[in-house]
Design a protein around this ligand. Structure first.
Ligand code: IMP
Ligand code: MG
Length: 180
């Protein structure tokens, strides 16, 4: 285990099993229909890479980057658009692949923006969900794991851009973000 982690919350084996299950479910739900996977950079990259390889069907991949201000463990509610989609989503099935829904502020902003572009359908698939922290009403269509109110890193999730490469999802030691 990485020295800055206090514990492992979800192991790589648990993640792989869940991602395979999500892939089967999504493949079934979109059977015969192409969808556009909107990968939310950078946190969802690793999840999306594994998930999309479990999809049996036609997928087009695009990416978008949004960010709350600052390197903090709290969402500010102020969202910046850093990179827009390359593709038009009008009239297409869209699925947003995200790392985590915490307060929901980031995804709420993103969903409203995407809905204004008139997709045929819009679903969201976060790897992780912290329902106890929600400030706006968002329920994911697909979700890997519900987790307690702990700050986690790994499998794409960062603190100040670090720890994304860790293969398991773990709880960061408080010292690690106090000095960060
Ligand atoms: P929200 O706007 O509060 O839902 O926050 C969403 C974003 O905050 C996510 O896309 C993550 O980038 C970040 N975030 C929230 N909780 C965590 C966490 O426990 N670890 C790492 N990043 C997190
Ligand atoms: Mg982040």
């Amino acid at each position: 285990m990485h020295q800055d982690l206090e514990s492992i919350l979800i192991t790589r084996e648990e993640i792989a099993a869940k991602v395979a299950e999500l892939g089967r479910q999504i493949s079934r739900d979109y059977e015969g229909e192409e969808f556009l996977a909107v990968v939310v950079l950078k946190g969802a990259i690793i999840f999306a890479a594994d998930l999309l390889r479990q999809i049996d069907g036609n997928v087009v991949m695009d990416s978008i980057a949004v960010s709350s201000y600052g390197a903090s463990t709290q969402s500010s509610g102020v969202v910046r658009f850093l990179k827009d989609l390359d593709e038009s989503i009008e009239g297409r099935h869209v699925m947003v692949v995200e790392d985590i829904i915490d307060t929901g502020l980031t995804l709420k902003y993103l969903i409203e923006n995407l809905l204004s572009r008139k997709p045929k359908s819009l679903k969201i698939c976060p790897l992780l969900d912290k329902p106890s922290r929600r400030q706006v009403d968002i329920v994911p269509d697909y979700c890997g794991f519900q987790i307690p109110d702990r700050f986690v890193v790994g499998y794409g999730l960062d603190f100040a851009q670090r720890y994304r490469q860790l293969p398991d999802v773990g709880v960061l030691k408080p010292e690690a973000y106090q000095q960060g």
